[in-house]
Write a protein that binds this ligand. Structure first.
Ligand code: ADP
Ligand code: VHF
Length: 264
């Protein structure tokens, strides 16, 4: 199976909160700059890229000097409102070093599922791509609660990939890939380099988030895989902490877990 990123021209890249922040919640600028540089390099190779970035609530926790993730919805909304600005400020700064313009796009569930709003959303994203701007999407956590909330960015990124008919989703996480069970709980867990059958997902013990800032863990990543399966899009789960991870994918090195449900 040829898994090199060179084969995909339209890519959604999702970055999880733990890949962008220290345990304190403050942004890990070293990690963030390295990821931005690698994304800029993919962009320079001519690819269309949409970034889905988590981290608003985590960054808000750091900026507001909270000691833990807020429990009440208003406090989560407040942290997201503070953190989203911080996040975008740093993305603007780092991407501008490489001459790349970015745009903030905040979505709720309705924007993706209500047909006329979905069409407006697609138009806006297509216009940004046409202008070679990288959209940076997050859920609008300040207003999206209860029934208008997608709830996690693994699902959101797969829905975005589906909505705009992109070929590939890369999930940058804090784990090397998919294991047969949560490697943080089981030291004998075995990594799975490729998943090509939907039924395989049922045989894997997909657990919850591995860090205090993560949402959904492997369960929501499998939900994303199922969404993409019906679209013939492919997906990678790779470790953002691995140096040059996107460049390695570009070169076709076998890293992480590749999901490909296309009929060959
Ligand atoms: N079968 C599994 N394989 C790999 N990781 C798993 C599995 N089940 C649960 N996990 C957990 O999922 C975590 C990644 O998801 P999450 O914490 O939501 O991170 P992110 O913020 O990157 O989305 C891992 O750190 C791991 O603890
Ligand atoms: N929208 C939230 C992140 C939700 C989410 O899915 O987080 P993660 O599991 O870290 O990708 C935020 O920006 O804080």
């Amino acid at each position: 199976m040829n898994t090199t990123l060179k084969n995909f021209n339209q890519i959604v890249i999702k970055i999880g909160s733990s890949s962008l922040t220290h345990d304190s919640g403050l942004l890990d600028l070293w990690k963030m700059e390295s990821l931005v540089k690698q994304i800029a390099n993919l962009y320079n190779s001519g690819k269309d890229i949409i970034l889905v970035s988590s981290g608003a609530i985590a960054a808000g926790i750091g900026k507001m000097k909270l000691t833990e993730k807020p429990k009440s919805i208003p406090d989560k909304q407040a942290a997201a409102a503070v953190g989203q600005g911080t996040l975008m400020h740093m993305y603007e700064k780092f991407f501008s070093e490489f001459g790349i313009t970015v745009a903030q796009v905040l979505l709720t569930k309705e924007d993706m599922y209500e047909p006329s709003r979905r069409a407006h959303c697609v138009n806006a994203l297509e216009a940004l791509i046409r202008h070679r701007v990288i959209p940076i999407i997050n859920e609008n956590d300040v207003v999206a609660i209860d029934e208008i909330k997608v709830g996690d960015n693994d699902t959101l990124s797969a829905e975005v990939c589906k909505m705009i008919h992109f070929e590939n989703l890369i999930i940058l996480s804090d784990i090397n890939g998919v294991y047969n069970k949560d490697p943080r709980k089981f030291t004998d867990a075995i990594m799975i380099p490729a998943i090509t059958k939907l039924s395989t997902l049922d045989d894997i013990d997909a657990g919850d988030a591995g860090s205090k800032v993560g949402t959904g863990g492997m369960q929501t990543k499998f939900k994303a895989a199922r969404i993409l399966a019906s679209e013939n899009s492919t997906m990678f789960i790779v470790n953002s902490a691995h140096p040059n991870i996107l460049n390695e994918l570009f070169e076709g090195k076998t890293v992480g877990t590749f999901f490909d449900f296309r009929k060959n």
